[in-house]
Design a protein around this ligand. Sequence first.
Ligand code: ADP
Ligand code: MG
Length: 666
Amino acid sequence: MGNLNVLRLSSKMIEKLHMAQLDSLEDLLRHYPSRYETIEDLPFDQWKKGERISIEGQIIYPVRTNRIKGKLSVSRFMFQSRNGLFNVTIFNRPWISNMKGIITIFGRYDGEHSITALQYKGQPLSTLIGIHPVYRITRDLTQLDLQKVIDKALPLRDLAFIEEFPIDLKTKYKLLSIKQALKWIHQPSGFEELKQAVRTLKYEEFLRFQTKLQFDRHENSEVQAGKMKLFDRRTIEHWMPHLPFTLTDAQSKVLNEILNDLQSTKRMYRLLQGDVGSGKTVIAALAIYATHLAHFQSAVLVPTEILAKQHYVTLKTYLPESIRIELLTASMPAKIKKDILEKLAHHEIDVLVGTHALISEDVKFANCGLVVADEQHRFGVNQRRLLSSKGEKVDFLLMSATPIPRTMANVLFGDLEISTIDQYHQSRQKIHTQLINDLDLKGLIPQLKSFLQKDQQIYVVCPAIDSDNELELNDVNSVYKTLRKLLSPEIVIDTLHGKLSTEAKETVLKRFTSGQTQVLVTTTVIEVGVNVLKANVMVIYDADRFGLSQLHQLRGRVGRGKDEGYCFLLTESEEETALARMQVLLETTDGFIIAEKDLELRGPGEIFGLKQSGIPSFLIANVVLDQNILLTALGDAKMMIAHQADSLYKAWIEDCLLEHSTQLLD
Ligand code: ADP
Ligand code: MG
């Protein structure tokens, strides 16, 4: 990984890097630019009105600055360059008047020797020409900081932590060495170099991912003689009438597939996918029941504590009382935890539901036979491997509400078998979705009020918690204040977000579930699992900021009871692509179509929605646009794993199995 100390940075800088989750040399070098700016010296006779230009010269004083309001100001001055005199206007940079000597101005040419400057640098243009990286930054860490630190790291001789490609692959595809590619991705001296660097690093990323995946797959097939579960299917049949509903045909079909897997000698590795609300939980419950009948324990792994508690409660209603279910979360008192662990080790617990706390080493099952992971995309390959170490040859059931297109699933998850619940049970209600091209709630208020009068509850989802977010997104606190003003005082409004303690979150949710609260202003923490039957209205702020599948997931919170659901997508965006994306949600409620579209439309630099998409996220490679590279890497990884003892591949494979900053997916 490489310790940052070799860079001899100030402790303040180390702290800043740490805040941005850049903790090692590798983290730094893998912090690829999100885009590049090119600076060129375009001859004046080729300048066109409205286009970007750069020009060097000297300010002719005085600079006239007018304050507009607060920090807003506009400065104007004449600028002497070799192409004559220019009128320059620049906003919010009053201190430009301190610049002496030759400077370079970047901006837009407005015609007639006028320029609107966007930026300036105190250096001659000739020293600035080239391709410049632009990094994703955080509030404290600036572009300049990052450039300085990365510039320091790149020339280090000892970047031994970087494992180079097996030589035959490097030659075959004429790749750069990884070190060279890292250098050029940060400091390209031309487009050709940049292209080669990008190509090399994309391949590297996919190859690492596939190597790990194919390794796991190979391991799994080695121990393929999984434990066969002996149980009588009739017992399960007889239990069916005790469920609160009859299974749909689609549910029965997937249940059958799973029970077949459990009874076979082959180890199960199956993805159960079905849209939000399609009824996956009951299938998991019945698989757990079957496992129990065969005298094995089950583990249920979920991404959040809220979800863990809900599953715990739901499973109890789906399973016979004789099955002992317990909950384990990180925030539990140590004493209770200890008690649970003891019981677990003595098989006095049959089912343990929990968050990632389940993965920790001191959690030992007496005889675990099945691991169910809900919303599986949030668990990476590493966690899955760890969990499988909980029991020899355990069967895996991974559940996801975000459908993964089948072709993609094969490439990204290897050997996974897929079961799909492709039919809704009757109790799902229609959801009306409406796009509102305005972020002002006022227009919606009469409608919201009438919903409230009909005893409906409302979710209002915001992309940020408080107002000091970089992108000036709408936040929970401000929206709460606005609503407080617009709605009558007897309406109870609560807020919910990830920064609240687990207890506070629970209290808020409890109040909402019980109907004490009418409006819940929240972040996406409610995305999965929250089930409030009388909350049938959802307003989503800055909807264009979310991934499509995520919006669909959010929208799935409403229409769960006897009433139809309403979802209002608010956006200020006028970008065609953003509006086209939103349009998909208006046109269909089919999660598969939405997922496909999401994939198609997603750009690599998307800010939100990567983690939620169900598709592992990559730093530089794009699973849609770079499919050829992905398939090539898949073939190469298979080949290497087939020859894993070969000294050519050994080091590479071992390196891929380590934790790396290249592995966003974990
Ligand atoms: P998800 O697939 O999103 O996890 P759940 O398992 O939470 O969906 O089920 C959503 C809702 O649908 C629950 O309230 C559940 O009781 C109900 N449900 C599931 N299956 C059926 C069915 N066959 N008939 C009627 N209601 C069902
Ligand atoms: Mg679910």
